[in-house]
Write a protein that binds this ligand. Structure first.
Ligand code: AKB
Length: 326
C-alpha cells in the first residue's frame, strides 16, 4: 500500500524554504509537512524539528518519527558567502547533500528535491540563452558544489533508482523574506529601499544582466517538477529554469515608474566578479518540453507585485511596532 505523502523540508527558514513550506502545507496539510532548520523560526505555524543536515543520524530520527516519503533539501551556503569560506562551504554543501541522498536511498524515500543554480555556469557557457547541456565550469565554490551535486543526483538515480529532481534556480525575488549570502540578493534589497524611500547602494555594476525569477513562479516550478510523471523527467542532473532577466539599471528604471525620485549609487565589490561569469539569460526549453514549465512574471509584473506586497508588509510592521510601543 502506498504511504500517505509526508514531506520533510530541510532549510525551511531560508528565503525559499519559508515560502515553499507554506505552499506544501496548503497542498498536503499542516501535519504532513515537517519543516526543519538549525533553529526554530519565530511565529512559525506547523510542525518543526531542529535538524543540522550535516548530522545524518538526526535526519534519520526525523524520518523515523514522521514516516517521511519526500525530502526537499534546500540548505546550502550560497555564492557570495561561499567565497569568504570556500572549504567550509564545500564541506557543508556536499556533506548535507550526501546525507540526504544516503538516507533517502536507505529509507526508500519516494522523491527528493535538490536545487541547483545558474552558478553552475562559467566562462565556458554561452552568455545568452544558455542551453541546458552547456559546458559547466563554475568559478565559485558554491557553483562547483552544485555542479558536483547535479552529477551525484544523477548517479543516485542511475545506480539506485532514487527519484531525485532538480532545477537550476536563477536569482529569486520575493517579498516574504530577505535572502542572504547570494550574488543576486541586491534585487530583493533594492525593493525594500525603494518602499522605505531610502537610497540604494548596489554592489553590482549597472549593466550586469542576470537571470532572475519571481517567488511565485519559482515555487510553482518546484511543485510542478515534483508532481510531473516519472517518465517525463528526462534530465537527471538539473533543469534550466528561466523567469526574467534584467540588469540593476533596468530594474531601477522599472522601480522609478512608481518612485521617480528613487536614488541609487553603484559601488561594485567582489560579487561583481561572480556575476560577470554567470549567464545573462537562460534557455529553459527542455523544462517546457518535459513538464510544461512557463513563467508568468516579467520584470514589470514582478516590480508592481513586489512594491504592492512590501507596502502592505511595512504598513503592518509599522502598525505592529506602534502597538508594541503603546
Ligand atoms: C546566489 O546568488 O548565490 C543564489 C543563486 C543564483 O543560486 N541566489
Amino acid at each position: 500500500m502506498r504511504k500517505k505523502t509526508t514531506v520533510l523540508v530541510i532549510g525551511a527558514n531560508g528565503q525559499l524554504g519559508s515560502v515553499l513550506t507554506k505552499s506544501l502545507q496548503e497542498k498536503y496539510g499542516c501535519d504532513r509537512v515537517i519543516a526543519s532548520d538549525l533553529q526554530p523560526k519565530e511565529g512559525f505555524e506547523g510542525v518543526f524539528e531542529v535538524i543540522d543536515a550535516t548530522d545524518m543520524d538526526r535526519i534519520q530520527e526525523v524520518i523515523n518519527k514522521y514516516d517521511i516519503t519526500q525530502i526537499y533539501h534546500l540548505a546550502a551556503i550560497l555564492s557570495a558567502k561561499g567565497e569568504t569560506m570556500p572549504l567550509i562551504t564545500w564541506d557543508i554543501n556536499m556533506k548535507t547533500l550526501f546525507n540526504v541522498l544516503e538516507v533517502s536511498r536507505t529509507n526508500n524515500i519516494e522523491k527528493v528535491f535538490f536545487p541547483s543554480s545558474i552558478a553552475v555556469f562559467g566562462e565556458g557557457a554561452p552568455l545568452e540563452h544558455t542551453p541546458n547541456n552547456a559546458y559547466l565550469d563554475p568559478a565559485t565554490v558554491y557553483g562547483i558544489s552544485k555542479a558536483a551535486g547535479e552529477n551525484w543526483a544523477q548517479y543516485y538515480f542511475l545506480k539506485y533508482g532514487l527519484d531525485v529532481r532538480s532545477i537550476r534556480y536563477p536569482g529569486v525575488i520575493g517579498y516574504q523574506s530577505i535572502p542572504s549570502g547570494g550574488t543576486t540578493d541586491y534585487a530583493v534589497d533594492i525593493f525594500h529601499k525603494a518602499v522605505l524611500n531610502e537610497e540604494f547602494e548596489c554592489f553590482l555594476e549597472k549593466e550586469t544582466t542576470l537571470p532572475m525569477i519571481f517567488i511565485d513562479d519559482v515555487i510553482r516550478a518546484t511543485i510542478e517538477i515534483m508532481e510531473a510523471p516519472l517518465e517525463d523527467i528526462s534530465v537527471r542532473t538539473s533543469y534550466n529554469l528561466a523567469g526574467t532577466s534584467f540588469s540593476p539599471l533596468e530594474l531601477v528604471q522599472e522601480i522609478r515608474k512608481l518612485y521617480p525620485d528613487f536614488k541609487v549609487k553603484y559601488n561594485p565589490d567582489y560579487r561583481q566578479d561572480i556575476a560577470s561569469k554567470w549567464p545573462d539569460s537562460i534557455d529553459d526549453s527542455v523544462a517546457l518540453k518535459d513538464w510544461g514549465w512557463k513563467p508568468k512574471f516579467d520584470i514589470e509584473l514582478m516590480t508592481t507585485t513586489m512594491i504592492q506586497k512590501l507596502k502592505e508588509k511595512y504598513k503592518i510592521d509599522i502598525k505592529n511596532s506602534k502597538a508594541l510601543m503603546l
